[in-house]
Write a protein that binds this ligand. Structure first.
Ligand code: NAP
Length: 255
């Protein structure tokens, strides 16, 4: 399918690895100029020939600074992909989650996307652009093991739905994608969910059990999430807005 994205410009947050890196690569393959933000911007991201900005998006000014710098380096942009996020499993249960934990999760998994969107919206309105935000299946499958993350992602899905209504007539489209477990460092890497949940046990066994919870029997790949995000960012999804698209290998048991 021709996505007609060549010549467009996109901002991608959390782009140095995992889903954000896969989205960046997919956009580049479609001929999109990408401005990519993360705290560390060397490695594979640095080899892609995209504009990279080292930024901590959990700080109050990080998101706006990222957008300002992106505007200085480009002629403007058409697409915003809010992908940055992190999860910290809470094996100690709800009582173990401190105010500091709640605030850190809220800031990175919700507020950073709000702040980035606020800074980027004037340009997206000018260009009749699109916003795609990587949410999580935990927005609709709340899980006490990631109780703060689930709440922040639910807030994110809610916020972007509301925003889609405010800007709908302007032509700016606003959608979220909600992946189930994806094969990235967040789940499978050092200090990732599998290792944390396993404790002294076997992370591979934890991952295998979770994979078995999908009707496809496996994790989603970052590339599969990227393909969906890039489609939603394209004009081929021209009347698709205010949607949350679940990509979880059928893990969600209901319609
Ligand atoms: N993997 C999953 O199973 C899964 C499932 C559902 C939803 N998601 C969501 O998908 C998104 C991406 O997850 P992922 O699995 O690709 O995670 P990941 O592999 O851990 O990558 C996270 C990315 O965010 C960047 N990042 C983290 N904190 C940052 C900060 N404070 N400022 C700027 N950049 C920061 C990281 O780069 P630096 O460390 O260099 O900053 C990295 O590029 C997140 O929103 C996550 O909640 C993931």
């Amino acid at each position: 399918m021709e996505l007609n994205l060549a010549g467009k410009t996109a901002l991608v947050t959390g782009a140095s690895k995992g889903i954000g890196l896969a989205i960046t690569k997919e956009l580049v393959a479609e001929g999109v100029q990408v401005v990519a933000g993360a705290r560390t911007v060397g490695g594979e991201l640095g080899s892609l020939g995209v504009e990279t900005i080292a930024v901590d998006l959990s700080t109050p000014n990080g998101p706006a600074d990222f957008v300002t710098e992106a505007l200085e380096r480009t002629q403007g942009f058409d697409i915003l992909v809010n992908n940055v996020g992190a999860v910290h499993p809470r094996p100690g249960g709800f009582a173990s989650v401190t105010d500091e934990d709640w605030l850190a999760t809220w800031t990175l998994d919700f507020l950073s996307a709000v702040r980035t969107t606020r800074a980027a919206l004037p340009m997206l309105l000018e260009r009749t652009g699109a916003i795609v935000t990587v949410c999580s299946v935990n927005a609709i499958l709340p899980d006490p093991l990631v109780i703060d993350y689930s709440a922040a992602k639910a807030a994110s899905a809610n916020f972007f739905k509301a925003l889609s209504k405010e800007v709908g007539l302007s032509g700016v489209r606003v959608n979220t994608v909600s992946p189930g477990p994806v094969s990235t460092d967040l789940w499978l890497g050092k200090g990732g969910v599998a290792e944390t949940v396993a404790g002294d046990g076997d992370p591979a066994a934890v991952a295998a059990k979770v994979a078995a919870g999908a009707v496809t029997g496996r994790f989603t790949t970052p590339e599969e999430v990227a393909a969906l995000v890039v489609f939603l960012a394209s004009d081929r999804a021209g009347n698709l807005t205010g949607a949350d698209i679940v990509i979880d290998g059928g893990m969600t048991p209901t319609l």
